[in-house]
Structures are given as C-alpha cells and as structure tokens.
Ligand binder design. Structure first.
Ligand code: NIG
Ligand code: FE
Length: 401
C-alpha cells in the first residue's frame, strides 16, 4: 500500500508554534506528503486515537559495533574506581578492543543486529555508529564494513563514523606519533564507509594538539568532524570543535562558559549523553539549559557502548535528560529528532513535515509528558520506517478515518 493516512489527536511535528497538532498525516511512497485537518479521501486510514505520534527517534551517538561485554568491571566501578583508571590498567576500551579484534565480521554483525532490534523496538529509526574498538587498520575497517552491511539489511538507517582515535593502541603506547601517522596516512584514506571522523579528546586518550591534527586531516579528506569533548576533564574540546567547524561536539560535561559561547557562535551542535553521566557516577551532567539559552542546537543520544553506557534505549535517556538536566519533554523529543538530525547533517528527516521521510513513532501514551513521567518501561506502540510498519501496527478503516 503506497498511500495511507494516520489520524491522531496528538502529532508532534516541530513545525508551528507549539509543535503539536491534531489531524491526519498523509504518507505516500515512503514520504510524508501532507499534515491536514481535513479527512483525506480514497486512501486507507489508520487511527491512533489517544496515542502520540512523533518523528522517528534519531540516536546521534553510539558505539554500536563491538564484541564482548564488561560486566566484570562493574564491581570496581561500584567501588569507586574511576573510568579512566580502568582504561589505564588495560581494561575499559582496551578490553573491548581485544574482544573486537578476535571477532569475525559475522559475530560483530550478530551482536549489533540484536542491539538494532532493541533500538527499533524503543523507537529509534536512525543511528550513528562509531568504530574505535579495533584501532588497527584491519579491525577498524571490519567494524565499518559490519555497519555498512547492517545498514542494508536492517530497517534502521546507520550513519558511520571512523573513530580510530578512541584510545592509544597498546602496540603504539611508546610511539604516539606512529599511531597518528598510521591513522592519517594509512587508515583514513581507505575509509569509504563513514561520513564523519571523531576523536576522544581527553587526558589519557588524545591531547588537544593531536585531536586538531587528526581532524584537520579528516577535513582535508572530505569527512565531517566530531569530538568527544570535555567528558571527564575540561580540556577546551568545545573551543576546538568551534575552531575546526565541527558538525558536533559530544559529551561536554565539563565545558566552560567560553566553550558554550564558542559552540553557539560557530553553529556546532552539542550531542549530550545524560545516561552516560548517570553511569559514570560522577554526579555531573552537561549544562543543557545554558547551552539552549546560548542558542546551541542540542541532540540527546544513548552513547550505547559496553563500558560507560550499556543501553540502546533512548527512552531511558529521556529519564536522565529530564531528571538529571531539567529538560522539558518537548525539548527532549526535539533533541532526539530534529536536533539529532542536525547533529548528523541530515535534512531529510527529524520532523513531521511534507517531503521528509515517513519515519514515525506511535507512542501508546496520551501526550509526550506521559512518556517521560511514567519511566522505566517501553511506551512504543508502533514504528514506521520509510512509510512501512516495522513494529506493531494500527487498525485501518479502509477509505475512512
Ligand atoms: O563515549 N568516552 C569514550 N568512549 C565511550 C566509551 C567507550 C567504552 O567505555 O567502551 C564514551 O563514553
Ligand atoms: Fe561515546
């Protein structure tokens, strides 16, 4: 069925003053054609009365493809061992690197496919996926290939990011220059399956000057650039993102006033990860309100990864954005739809608007406040990707709404 309508009294469009309307969404050939108060004639109509329709959720920051899990670090973590200390001892990211290097591409895909299924069930229709658990050329390209193949096989769209600068590989521990040269001269020119390059700019990962050098080289090769910035220490990562004209700066827990101003001036999106703040147990959240007030575009994402945030569920992130950052439900949904689309440079999705992709989530709740209010469970009733029901389904009255 190429054309149909969905009727709801609660459609979150992000167009108009309130961004919420009631009426009919007309979908044809995978695209949104019209939002109208008039009943469309001669097409089947699905009723979502008493439910809430939003754009498909966009998870703008994940480490989707990897092997293994790290529950063996939980006791240390709960006893107060800092995240970067676990990495220094060869655990953390490096433990996942060991598992990912020895995994086959099919093993990586099987695990990531399960995560994609969970994401879809919770309302995610587009996901960004970073590499960075190989660090060597073979494994980095293997991760990116896995993501590319899954993009073709799974309903969720996957936008890939090369993140070889996620940790210093053990074999280059005493030769930082050698690893920078490898990424810049050998790996990045061979990366054909990623839109972006990202660097973990942090004391214990990559310093400011190293980050600048890697990302300048990435830009010269035509990649958009992103930074894991000011996550643990205030490094001036946000200021560097502004200097480089990055598409986004991500984490930003420790960003200064000057850093926020720099993001606003340069039009860099802030990708905020409040579930990671919760999981790191440092009590520190990014200053989302100050960023919004300064005019910075905000995205909220899971940061799904096996160490600092093992969840695929954007509805869990809603809880932490509300109760950790004080954001309102409408701000949260915006940051997971139109705000997240902007943080990925996507102009074909993220709102319910004629001409955009018909990626839609139908929440079984009377309004969006209820999604955030009744926390800890999955409120998704149905998911539509490119116009097709990929989860759930609604009752269709043929040719009548
Ligand atoms: O975004 N901070 C660096 N990278 C990830 C964590 C990766 C891991 O612990 O495996 C993050 O939090
Ligand atoms: Fe991350």
């Amino acid at each position: 069925m190429s054309a149909y309508a969905i009727q709801s009294d609660n459609i979150v469009t992000f167009e108009g003053t309130s961004g919420v309307t009631d009426g009919f969404i007309v979908v044809k050939d995978g695209l949104i054609r019209e939002i109208t108060q008039r009943k469309p004639l001669n097409i089947p109509c699905y009723t979502a009365a008493g439910m809430t329709v939003t754009p498909g959720l966009i998870d703008a920051h994940t480490h989707l493809v990897h092997a293994g899990s790290r529950e063996n670090e939980l006791a240390d973590k709960l006893s107060g061992v800092p995240y970067m200390d676990i990495l220094k001892k060869g655990g953390g990211i490096l433990s996942t690197v060991r598992a990912t290097r020895t995994a086959s591409i099919e093993e990586l895909k099987d695990k990531a496919r399960k995560s994609l299924d969970i994401m879809l069930a919770h309302g995610t229709t587009t996901v960004e996926a970073k590499s960075g658990y190989g660090l060597d050329i073979h494994t980095e390209l293997k991760q990116l290939k896995a993501a590319k193949e899954l993009n073709g096989e799974h309903p969720i769209d996957i936008i890939s990011t090369y993140m070889g600068a996620h940790a210093m590989p053990p074999e280059y521990k005493d030769n930082r220059r050698g690893y920078l040269d490898l990424m810049i001269n050998e790996v990045m020119p061979k990366v054909t399956d990623a839109a972006f390059v990202d660097v973990f700019c942090e004391d214990g990962a990559f310093y400011l000057d190293e980050t600048r050098e890697i990302l300048q080289a990435a830009k010269a090769l035509g990649f958009g650039v992103k930074l894991h910035a000011d996550e643990i220490e205030p490094m001036g990562g946000a200021e560097l993102a502004a200097e480089l004209g990055a598409v986004s700066a991500e984490h930003l827990l420790k960003t200064s006033d000057a850093g926020i101003e720099a993001l606003a001036q340069a039009g860099v999106s802030a990708v905020l990860l409040p579930a990671t703040s919760f999981y790191l147990m440092t009590g520190s959240f990014a200053r989302a309100r100050d960023m919004i007030n300064a005019g910075v575009n905000i995205a909220l994402a899971t940061d799904y990864n096996p160490g600092s945030c093992p969840t695929e569920n954007l509805q869990a992130v809603m809880t932490f954005a509300a109760f950790g950052m004080g954001l309102m439900p409408i701000e949260i949904i915006r940051a997971m739809t139109s705000g997240a689309a902007k943080a990925l440079g996507l102009t074909d999705r993220g709102a319910i608007k004629p001409g955009l992709k018909a990626d839609l989530v139908i929440f079984g709740t009377p309004n969006i406040d209820y999604i955030v209010y009744h926390f800890g469970l999955n409120h998704v009733h149905s998911v539509i990707k490119d116009g097709i029901f990929v989860k759930g389904g609604l009752h269709a009255d043929r040719y009548d709404c």
